[in-house]
Design a protein around this ligand. Structure first.
Ligand SMILES: Cc1cc2nc3c(=O)[nH]c(=O)nc-3n(C[C@H](O)[C@H](O)[C@H](O)COP(=O)(O)OP(=O)(O)OC[C@H]3O[C@@H](n4cnc5c(N)ncnc54)[C@H](O)[C@@H]3O)c2cc1C
Ligand code: SF4
Length: 491
């Protein structure tokens, strides 16, 4: 298979690493993905890459992963070099190889009129092999600069920023308000989508590289920003965007209505050995409000807890099955895709605008919600501007309602009291160098960008590290997220 076949895409169909059977996986909290894969199969998948002149896939990846390079290296069986090239742009390829929605794939040239290269599967396979072979080891810096940096928040943005800054020689301490590290990867995303061992082994690597972690410290409350500033030459706020968006309709105060994130965090703590769950879907009719990732994770968790019925309500219409004319390749498709959660069961209800929660038997607990079936008009940015009501008084029975309609922005009230400014949409305000309005205090990840994806958080963390390194040293050799200066290496 060493010979290069530029027509590999004609020889082999696209076959990503599969998922486990929905009927089997719904009975446990193990990862939904097939746990193993065959080397020959992945090498064939790598051979499907056409190595096009303009790799649109790389442009589709928010951190500019060098996709055609490692596709070819996998095809040739040069896994170690493939891992080096993957790490050149991505600190934690298993975070993305398992959780990324892979915006690179619809941008692959093959996707113009055929099936894209299985890029995400190749990424996962490379990093799986790296861990299995023991190639992923601590890489402490050769020299220390004597500068201290405090990173606030241990999600993917904070961890990527910390690792880059530490490798540049700065002494890095990560402050986390929670007792567990990893941000939404640990307390938001369920175990069956992302096993927490994937986070703990990276944390072990980071600790052995010399990064210090302090948990249970809420910066702005437990320790003031000015106290922290006195301890550090620079600070990076990577505090996420976890302020819930709520729904304001009659009956919102009834028992049995919770935020989806509260529900998922509760279950994640339970899975980590933190005692019984306080919100249990077992035996209940569950309604999830919101058609995004958080909503899907609520649906799948409710199934595993033994819900009798699960409905997921989206305020928008079901997307079209094929690309509309105004949404051509290589743009991200706005088409329907079945979620892993609804593959396992449950019903998706579209174009329902909730008008009230109702208590029908007078026990102050929700029994149903009422909604209007609507048709929306949109502005040129795809924002909803107006609705026509097609049907009113649609009733959906519910013993448990989970609100998963997005996030308002950063949870930063105490930091605002201490001088941090927010934008109109709740993000931490920063200039082009990612510095807030306070000198030496930077921000990155969801807290700067708004609620996003793990891959963007990693890229944001890398970029913030570069800006902080430059602030401290006057120049930086750390690469930005969309390009790499790391030279290729070989086995
Ligand atoms: C349920 C759910 C499922 C998701 N699924 C996916 C997915 O499948 N794929 C994907 O790509 N993305 C997914 N996302 C999005 C992804 O998890 C986030 O975009 C990403 O984690 C953001 O990283 P971050 O480091 O910016 O922030 P976070 O991961 O939110 O981490 C911020 C950290 O800062 C800490 N913190 C906050 N304030 C303070 C303070 N004052 N002092 C100290 N610490 C503080 C928080 O406790 C937290 O640990 C999902 C999100 C949710 C909610
Ligand atoms: S990080 Fe996401 S977008 Fe980038 S190559 Fe991997 S799967 Fe694709």
């Amino acid at each position: 298979m060493d010979e290069n076949h530029p027509d590999g895409f004609l020889r082999y169909p696209r076959e990503p690493i599969g998922k486990r059977d929905p009927l089997e996986r719904i009975g446990d909290y193990q990862e939904i993905y097939a746990p193993t894969w065959q080397e020959k199969h992945l090498r064939q998948q790598g051979e499907r890459c056409m190595d096009c002149g303009v790799p649109t896939c790389t442009g589709g990846c928010p951190i500019g992963n060098l996709i055609p390079e490692w596709n070819d290296l996998v095809h040739r069986g040069r896994w170690r070099t493939a891992l080096d090239r993957l790490h050149a742009t991505n600190n934690f390829p298993e975070f993305t190889g398992y959780t990324c929605p892979a915006p690179c794939e619809p941008s692959c040239t093959l996707a113009y009129n055929a099936d894209a290269v299985a890029i995400k599967s190749l990424e996962r396979a490379i990093v799986d092999k790296g861990w299995e072979r023991g190639w992923i080891q601590p890489e402490p810096p050769l020299r220390r600069t004597g500068k201290q940096v405090a990173v606030v928040g241990s999600g993917p943005a904070g961890l990527a920023c910390a690792q880059q800054l530490n490798r540049a020689g700065h002494a890095v301490t990560v402050y986390e308000r929670d007792e567990s590290l990893g941000g939404l990867m640990t307390l938001g995303i369920p175990d069956f989508k992302f096993d927490k061992r994937q986070v703990t082994r990276r944390l072990d690597q980071l600790q052995r590289e010399g990064i210090a972690f302090r948990t249970g410290i809420d910066i702005g409350t437990t320790m003031s920003l000015s106290d922290l500033r006195e301890r550090a030459d620079a600070i990076c706020l990577a505090i996420g965007a976890q302020a819930h968006r709520d729904i304001s309709v009659p009956g919102r105060e009834l028992a049995g209505i919770h935020f989806g994130m509260t529900y998922l965090t509760d279950e994640n703590r339970h899975q980590a050995g933190g005692g019984a769950v306080s919100i249990d879907a077992g035996g209940k009719r569950v309604v999830v409000l919101g058609g995004g990732d958080t909503g899907a994770d609520c649906v799948a968790t409710a199934h595993r807890q033994g819900a009798v019925d699960v409905a997921q309500i989206s305020v928008r219409d079901q997307p079209p099955l094929t690309r509309p004319d105004d949404n051509p390749w290589p743009w991200q498709p706005r088409t329907f895709e079945q979620t892993y959660a609804l593959e396992e069961g449950g019903e998706a209800l579209y174009a329902l605008d909730v008008t009230a929660f109702v208590d029908e038997d007078g026990d102050d607990h929700v029994d149903a919600l009422m909604a209007e079936r609507v048709k929306w008009t949109f502005d040129s940015q795809g924002r909803r501007i107006d609705k026509t009501v097609l049907e009113s008084d649609v009733r959906v029975a519910a013993d448990l309602v989970l609100i998963a309609i997005g996030f308002r922005g950063a949870q930063a009230d105490s930091l605002v009291d201490q001088g941090i400014e927010l934008t109109g949409n709740g993000r931490i305000a920063a200039n082009e160098a990612m510095m807030t309005t306070l000198d030496g205090i930077f921000t990155t990840g969801d807290s700067r960008r708004g609620p996003s994806l793990v891959v963007w958080a990693i890229g944001e963390g890398r970029d913030a590290a570069r800006h902080i390194d430059r602030y401290l040293m006057g120049e930086s050799r750390l690469p930005p997220s969309l390009a790499t200066q790391s030279p290729p290496t070989d086995e």
